[in-house]
Design a binder for this molecule. Sequence first.
Ligand SMILES: Cc1cc2nc3c(=O)[nH]c(=O)nc-3n(C[C@H](O)[C@H](O)[C@H](O)COP(=O)(O)O)c2cc1C
Ligand code: SF4
Ligand code: SF4
Length: 265
Amino acid sequence: MKTIIYYFTGTGNSLAVAKGLCSRIGDCELIPIASLRNNPGPVVPDADRVGIVCPLYFFGLPAIVADFSRRLDLSNTGYAFSVVTMGGSGGPAALRQLDGILKEGPGRRGLDAGFFVRMPGNYILMYESLEQERIERTIQAANRRVEEIADMVKRGVRRKPGWSPFASLIHHLMYPRFIRGVHDADRKFSVDDRCTSCKTCIEVCPVGNIRLENDRPVWLHRCEQCMACIQTCPTNAIQAKKTEGRRRYRHPEIGVGMLKEQGRR
Ligand SMILES: Cc1cc2nc3c(=O)[nH]c(=O)nc-3n(C[C@H](O)[C@H](O)[C@H](O)COP(=O)(O)O)c2cc1C
Ligand code: SF4
Ligand code: SF4
């Protein structure tokens, strides 16, 4: 039984989950959502099982994932599932959002199952990375959860996204504002003298939102706020708000080279 998993990631958590699921499920293809962003037509997967794996942003879906889901036609899919990775809470709100988008989309078909996995938080604009030991413990627990989810997916377990009044309330309070400003939010980014013009930020940006001018990155205002550029700069030269001095985060098993693949295909 063939499975396609569409993923979006900034710092590797969702890619690690997508990879873990794929290897356990078998006969599985990973497709980066960012690689489909310039193709405006419907997406009709040629697979019996389809998964969508992405991070949680302000108790909702990343803008690029919401846009992609509106084009996704699952009418020929036997089993559709999603896994949302998050640093704290709010996963149910994003799963319900996704279910609603898919039901109104070209396939008029929602999710059969929705899951979430706790991962180290990566939103450096609000907090710094966990310490190494807590990262390791969190990822070990996440890996166990991925095993359970893979088993449920293989058995075709149905688990409709539940409704959490708290998560729905926070979604309605915070998410619309986040989405309104998301592409322009890179106006808070700046670069300091530690920049070596290495281009890593340009290469990890999943949506081609950075270019080099006078040997320094400039941001083009189609940002997804994924944090890949800030978190992977080898000299910590990119800042926004209070990020100076904060520990950076990237999933330890997802190298910068793997992040670079995302926007490229
Ligand atoms: C813009 C932004 C908003 C976020 N909002 C939330 C949130 O509302 N709740 C939460 O638990 N984690 C939140 N996070 C943390 C991420 O969801 C979490 O670290 C995720 O695993 C990152 O996945 P990635 O490494 O695949 O990008 C946010 C991260 C970013 C960058
Ligand atoms: S990754 Fe950092 S050092 Fe490299 S070009 Fe970007 S800002 Fe400069
Ligand atoms: S500019 Fe930075 S935060 Fe924005 S999408 Fe690109 S890598 Fe992510």
